[in-house]
Design a protein around this ligand. Structure first.
Ligand SMILES: C[S@@+](CC[C@H](N)C(=O)[O-])C[C@H]1O[C@@H](n2cnc3c(N)ncnc32)[C@H](O)[C@@H]1O
Length: 251
């Protein structure tokens, strides 16, 4: 039996529905309420990737996978590595793609977390750099790890205060190459209408105004190199980072 090739149609429908979902304020509010309930159970902390704890919402793991598969970066820089699961996740995709490496930056790489990463089968694809993400010294170490001409993606998931994220955007944004993404994690913190609605099962609490989404919007006022991927962000309900996936459109 011959069946019609509907792949293009299928993708077009996905895009249409994602954009429509992005405009559904009621669905987003319901998602936010659900996330606040889940936060009581440390929901983002319940997962692992190939045996290593990954502090992410499942929706963000899928979204990041879509970005990496579609753009196939040579280098992925992640600030804020914690236990390493997100680096392992991204390295596993690069392994299948057949090229690329992950550079992880954290102010505090604990011995047991380093041990987990260094003993993992994907460790040859990973470089760990310990230090505050925005100092000149750390940035120089990161830049030294980027081969000439490499395509570069960045994930910012360290200190979520507005000023730190804005600093990181100014430091790491210019490293992202055309066609690649910068992902600003935990933008969700900017969507709570008051502090009572802010997810608070964290070592630190950030309130609307002092969080990554405000920093991202300030950065977008400064640069025209990035634009929001509306279709990807539209479907980001039950995500920590709605609006946080930006595509580099400039040289
Ligand atoms: C939310 S966790 C990262 C989670 C990780 N990306 C994952 O998906 O599993 C935040 C991490 O940022 C690190 N951090 C906090 N402030 C930092 C800074 N100024 N520079 C670099 N890392 C920082 C913390 O030590 C912590 O490990």
């Amino acid at each position: 039996m011959t069946t019609k090739d509907d792949r293009l149609e299928f993708e077009a429908r996905k895009r249409e529905m994602s954009l429509a979902l992005g405009n559904d304020e009621d669905a987003f509010q319901q998602s936010l309420n659900t996330l606040l309930t889940l936060d009581k159970y440390d929901y983002a902390y319940l997962w692992s990737w190939m045996g290593v704890p990954i502090i992410q919402m499942p929706a963000d793991v899928i979204a990041t996978q879509e970005v990496i598969w579609n753009t196939k970066p040579d280098v992925i820089i992640e600030t804020g590595v914690a236990r390493g699961g997100s680096m392992i996740f991204m390295a596993s995709l690069l392994k299948v793609i057949g090229k690329g490496k992950v550079i992880g930056v954290d102010i505090d790489i604990r011995a047991h977390n380093r041990d987990t990463v260094e003993k993992h089968p994907l460790s040859p694809l990973i470089t760990l750099i310990e230090g505050p993400s925005t100092t000149a010294e750390t940035l120089a170490k990161v830049k030294a790890e980027i081969p000439a001409g490499a395509s570069v993606m960045v994930v910012l998931d360290s200190d979520h205060s507005r000023d730190h994220v804005l600093d990181e955007l100014r430091c790491y944004g210019p490293l992202v190459t055309e066609g690649q993404y910068i992902v600003v994690a935990d933008t969700l913190l900017g969507y709570g209408k008051d502090t009572a609605l802010t997810p608070n099962r964290r070592s630190k609490i950030w309130h609307p105004g002092d969080e990554p989404y405000t920093a991202l919007n300030m950065y977008l006022e400064e640069t025209d190199r990035f634009e929001t991927d509306e279709a990807l962000n539209g479907k980001l309900v039950l995500s920590s980072s709605p609006g946080g996936y930006l595509k580099c459109v400039g040289k």
